[in-house]
Write a protein that binds this ligand. Structure first.
Ligand code: UT7
Length: 330
């Protein structure tokens, strides 16, 4: 791979559906309590898309905001990448719906499935395509409507997830500087059984049996996932840092995947990184899978937590298992 150009982050945007589902609401749906959810996860509420809203609808809204901030017209976008595990349909890709919604006549458009690590995986593609000169402007999105694959009768999972989208416009940098310093990715398919949605694909095509057995919903063995999530996110954060040649003390903010506050605390402790510089918004949105880190980055940029020139590290972990981290300079 010949690296010819630097990559700039030109703009970010996020969009959360307005409907709020609180822990108190969940108390009326399953046998749970605000106390349990808060102390075991840190989540207080999450956003839920309405019946008519699909993932691309959220992605389009987030993209419009990112394009506006970047000062980039939709037709300048040469590639749309959507990271999601809740696509509008198996096909066409959600990226094609985003293309249609933004009114872009011609560009590359495709989805990637790497669960909660999807946005980080997408960063590696956008980075490479810009660095090598293939494209000048790329729209990268993390978008989910996890409420649509949540089993609302299963208290083990239904309290954890939410809906939302985040988008980033990346472009060729004008001064040659590189704003995406490194991307590290990992996966281990041997852990497939701990976090998955067994029904609906080619292994168990959707039929009355998969519906009766509730296989078309997300399943997770939380305790087992927890342990690996901590280990792998620490490893990913360290690897992305090593590849970039930077040091932990140089980082202004770490934005970890927002699955559980206890996981976030454990990562900060293992990295020996101050919790004040670790981003948390899971109290408001829960786990939004591939959208989590980009929504966090957008919020941290907009509320002034980070500013131009700051080093920020995004770290994620999810089904597969997959994990990854990227170090960016704003
Ligand atoms: O995004 C992908 C990555 N995902 C993650 O990283 C998630 C990782 N896992 C977790 O965050 C945690 O494991 C959970 C939050 C999912 C669960 O927390 P835990 O402390 O590991 O609880 P547990 O699953 O071991 O369950 C403890 C108890 C059980 O009761 P018994 O068997 O001890 O009587 C559960 O049945 O808590 C019970 N429980 C609940 N109680 C009230 C499980 N869910 C609930 C609930 N409300 N919603």
């Amino acid at each position: 791979m010949t690296k010819q150009y630097g990559v700039s982050i030109l703009g970010t945007g996020s969009f959360l559906p307005p409907k709020v589902l609180t822990n108190a609401d969940l108390e009326k749906m399953v046998q749970t309590s605000d106390e349990w959810i808060t102390t075991r996860t840190g989540i207080k509420e999450r956003r839920i898309a309405d019946e008519k809203t699909a993932t691309s609808d959220l992605a389009i809204e987030a993209s419009k905001k990112a394009l506006e901030e970047a000062g980039v017209k939709a037709e300048e976008i040469e590639e749309i990448i959507v990271a999601t595990i809740t696509p509008d349909m198996f096909f066409p890709s959600t990226a094609c719906y985003v293309q249609k919604g933004l009114g872009i006549k011609s560009c590359a458009a495709f989805d990637i499935a790497a669960a909660c690590s999807g946005f980080i995986y997408g960063m590696s593609i956008a980075k490479t395509h810009i660095e090598t000169g293939l494209y000048k402007k790329v729209l990268l999105i993390g978008a989910e409507t996890l409420s649509k694959i949540t089993d609302w009768t299963d208290r083990n999972t239904c309290v954890l997830f939410g809906d939302g989208a985040g988008a980033m416009v990346l472009g060729r940098s004008e001064n040659g500087e590189n704003g995406v310093l490194s991307v590290f990715m990992g996966a281990d398919g041997n852990y497939d059984y701990l976090l998955n949605m067994p029904g609906g694909g080619s292994r168990n095509p959707c039929c009355q049996k998969t519906i009766d057995e509730r296989l078309n919903f997300l399943k997770m063995s939380g305790k087992e996932v927890f342990k690996v999530a901590v280990t792998k996110m620490v490893e990913a954060a360290e690897e992305a840092l090593r590849i970039s040649g930077k040091e932990l003390k140089d980082i202004a903010l770490v934005i970890p995947h927002q699955a559980n506050k206890r996981i976030i605390d454990a990562i900060a402790k293992k990295l020996d990184f101050p919790l004040e510089r670790v981003f948390v918004n899971l109290d408001k949105y829960g786990n939004v899978s591939a959208a989590t880190t980009i929504i966090g980055l957008d919020e941290a940029r907009k509320d002034g937590t980070v500013k131009k020139g700051d080093l920020v590290e995004l770290v994620a972990f999810g089904g597969g298992f997959t994990w990854g981290a990227t170090l960016i300079k704003l």
